[in-house]
Design a protein around this ligand. Sequence first.
Ligand SMILES: [Fe+2]
Length: 261
Amino acid sequence: MSTVHITQITDLHLGSDKSETLGGVTTFDSFQSVLQATEAHGRADNLLLLTGDLAGDCQPEAYQLLNQTLFDADKQALWLPGNHDDVETMKANLSHYPQRRIYEVGGWGILLLDSSKPNSPGGHISDGELVFAEQGLKQLAGKPVLVAMHHSPVLVNSAWIDKQQIDNHQRLYQILEAHGGVKAVVTGHVHQHNDSIWGDIPVYSTPSSCVQFEKYSADFALSAQPPGYRWLDLHADGSLQTGVEFLKDFAQRCDQSCVGY
Ligand SMILES: [Fe+2]
């Protein structure tokens, strides 16, 4: 079995048309530039893993735009919802990309969890989702597993966004740890590159494809860092390599006087 090549793109915040902006950045342009960068970096054929906040405000047109863009670019993609998404609207509009929650490829399992909580920016794993995680991991017994979800189970040392940490992360950890083969968790939501450890499990948070949040900030603040993405190579022996790339030639700069999103 050969290595599975994955590109994680997260927190796209697409709007109902291509001109929508977040913090002064046109989110469709930045997403397109990230896709182009992955191709320039030799990752055109990677499986895309889209980890939530694909729309800025659950707009059906945002998912339609994403659906068509990915389809036209001949991409394979998995997705999960974030706090700015609505899963039913996603399912209805991402017509070329039916929702997959357990994906087996190259001897690996990828488990996609929904950490969103109704009417809240914070993370929570519902009772139903905990049962799904337990059952999914039974199905993936004996395989190395990559878990993907929107919110972080660990702190990133920014007080305002750390309030949105998955509130019942201990219960989820017990379930993941019991499998014995969960090699890493990847998240979005925090709009920054953060590599951490959660008990015995590495947690990799990934910069947004549009604007980044200032690291180690008590309150909401945007960073001058450009759009980015993460690559993951899942090897047949169960080992994993990963890294983050930021765009080097993206002309738009965010408005650092922005006070919220
Ligand atoms: Fe989010």
